[in-house]
Design a protein around this ligand. Structure first.
Ligand code: NAD
Length: 264
């Protein structure tokens, strides 16, 4: 297989199943010849991630809970031992206690605030720190974010605050790592039904609202996100860093309900 990603090796963090945004990205990267490793959290997920990795020609699986810094060290040491380099990193990880992804943000507990920030925002910093020394010829780091970082989306609550930290981290990381030709960008994806999204209160309403009110009058797919992931991981985006790029059917440019949208 040959293509845009031929000869490039990368780590995909955050694949859970074939609905995952990470899967949309991995498929596009595979079509273009990328070599990939997949990290997973815990044995239960290994059973799901293994067969998917196989579909895209990979048997390089790495166990890694991103809240455990020793596990992060081990994960990147495994990559160094096997490949000696890394060209791209996809960070598609977020987590919060779902009992706080409904109701009011003001009720967020300290424990869940810290856990959400740790897993959903700091983990990008921790991964970038470990990936950068392996990106000897430059590289690309891509993370996934959501509009709830920019504007209030009911129920998104503490995850919105963590995504704001994530997007700002993208800018600071881009500036830190730019001199080594390592680019750091975020894809702000529109709502897609995934395992993580199912924890968000009234998610079906969010999906319907976006479908009715976005300029393209539809929701995005993991294939839409995958195309943007390929752009960021490949040299096509060689001059782009520190960016939050919306793949949301244009929803973020709309200021109010569309005239033709029915009440839902
Ligand atoms: P998903 O459930 O398929 O993926 C989330 C992944 O995070 C899972 O693989 C899970 O194992 C991993 N994860 C959670 N805690 C972890 C930990 N401690 N250590 C290691 N891995 C951990 O859902 P998804 O929607 O594909 O989510 C991927 C990313 O996309 C997330 O950052 C999410 O916030 C973001 N995103 C999703 C949507 C959406 O509507 N689905 C929209 C915009 C952004």
């Amino acid at each position: 297989m040959s293509g845009l990603m031929t000869g490039k090796k990368g780590l995909i963090m955050g694949l859970a199943n074939d609905k995952s945004l990470a899967w949309g990205i991995a498929k596009k990267l595979h079509e273009q010849g990328a070599d990939m490793a997949f990290s997973y959290q815990g044995e239960a997920l290994k059973k799901r991630v293994g067969p998917l990795a196989e579909q895209v020609g990979s048997d390089f699986l790495i166990e890694c809970d991103v809240s455990d810094m020793e596990a992060m060290d081990t994960a990147f040491a495994q990559i160094e031992a096997k490949w000696g380099k890394l060209d791209f990193l996809v960070h598609a990880i977020g987590f919060s206690d779902k009992s706080e992804l409904r109701g009011k943000y003001v009720d967020t507990s300290l424990d869940n605030f810290l856990m959400t920030m740790n897993i959903s925002a700091y983990s990008l910093v921790a991964a970038a720190k470990r990936a950068a020394p392996l990106m000897k010829e430059g590289g690309s780091i891509v993370t996934l974010t959501y509009y709830g970082a920019e504007k209030v989306v009911p129920h998104y609550n503490v995850m919105g605050v963590a995504k704001a930290a994530l997007e700002t981290s993208v800018q600071y990381l881009a500036n830190d790592l730019g001199p080594d030709n390592i680019r750091v960008n975020a894809i702000s994806a529109g709502p897609i039904k995934t395992l993580a999204a199912s924890g968000i209160g009234d998610f079906r309403y969010i999906l319907k609202w976006n479908e009715l009110n976005s300029p393209l009058r539809r929701n995005v797919t993991i294939e839409d996100v995958g195309g943007a992931g390929l752009y960021f991981c490949s040299d096509l985006s060689s001059g782009v860093t520190g960016e939050t790029h919306h793949v949301d059917a244009g929803y973020h440019v709309v200021g109010m309900k569309q005239e033709d949208a029915p009440d839902i």
